[in-house]
Ligand binder design. Structure first.
Ligand SMILES: Nc1ncnc2c1ncn2[C@@H]1O[C@H](COP(=O)(O)OP(=O)(O)OP(=O)(O)O)[C@@H](O)[C@H]1O
Ligand SMILES: Cc1ncsc1CCO
Length: 260
């Protein structure tokens, strides 16, 4: 699995993003930092052209935009139709009825390789009552059986972020114990994980490995970046530097990965 980091650098897969306007630039830079190639689009006109050349398509509903709702569904359905890998981030799904409606349509009509969310977002799409605010989660990992059931119902790999990250594919479960609380104070670290997972899916058919690697790269780089009592601006720069300088050896040595 750890060798995927060199594979991404060599193959530089194209990750097409339909994502939110808040973190779009950081997602493009994160894709480049790990060695893949980003393309961000909001156009109906080029939808088929750009998805045809993509390795992976990322759908992130973070900033609900009336003119994008149908575009995101069309993009996801077309990616499915032509057999592209797909990642969904149901950002803030519990915050509004319209978010719930669009996620219901996407889950009903599209098969995703990985659904990435914070614990509140994932529990919510699994039908649980949750404690979240806007796009943020106040939930932690308490019931692995519940997460396994959600993965089975949605027939997908779940990549769930939090103090402890959890990746669940049916009965296979991996926990990641790296991280830094500062990652929560930089907006879009979750969105950037979609870019990382999308990059790894571009060089692997194993969704679980891609999801573990995507979260691990962010959580470990955040941990390494949180040095010398840095302020949050410098921390963010240091986070990107650490992603860019990750190696297979570093991940193998410093990753705190627990297979359950
Ligand atoms: N309390 C914490 N301690 C350590 N690491 C954390 C903590 N909370 C979150 N993280 C890390 O922060 C990163 C992003 O996770 P988070 O759950 O904040 O995503 P998110 O809510 O989807 O983010 P965003 O909406 O800003 O994109 C992950 O790498 C996760 O491990
Ligand atoms: C703050 C925020 N609002 C909509 S999307 C987004 C980025 C983090 O998900």
């Amino acid at each position: 699995m750890y060798e995927l980091i060199s594979k991404v650098g060599k193959a530089s897969p194209l990750v097409v993003h339909y994502t939110n306007e808040v973190t779009i630039n950081d997602c493009a830079n994160m894709t480049l930092a790990i060695g893949a190639s980003p393309l961000m689009s909001y156009s109906y006109e080029e939808l088929e052209d750009v998805i045809n050349i993509a390795s992976t398509v990322v759908i992130n509903i973070g900033t609900m935009n009336s003119s994008h709702l149908d575009l995101f569904v069309k993009a996801a359905k077309y990616a499915n139709k032509v057999g592209k890998k797909l990642v969904l981030d149901p950002v803030g799904v519990f915050a509004s009825k319209k978010r719930q409606e669009i996620i219901k349509i996407l889950l009903g009509e599209v098969k995703f390789d990985v659904i990435k969310g914070n614990m509140a977002e994932i529990k919510f799409i699994g039908g649980q009552a949750v404690n979240g605010q806007g796009v943020d989660s106040h939930e932690e990992c308490d019931d692995i059986d519940q997460l396994k059931a959600i993965s089975k119902t949605l027939k997908t790999t779940l990549a769930i972020t939090g103090k402890t990250d959890v990746i669940v594919d049916f009965d296979n479960v991996v926990k990641i114990h790296n991280g830094s609380p500062k990652l929560k104070s930089v907006t879009g670290t979750g969105c950037m994980i979609n870019s990382l997972i999308g990059s790894f899916l571009g060089v692997s058919d194993n969704s679980m490995d891609a999801a573990v690697m995507g979260i691990l790269c962010m959580s470990l780089s955040g941990e390494l970046a949180d040095k010398d009592d840095l302020g949050i601006g410098s921390f963010k720069v240091n986070l990107f530097d650490n992603i860019y300088k990750l190696t297979e050896e570093k991940i193998r040595d410093l990753g705190k990965v627990e297979t359950i």
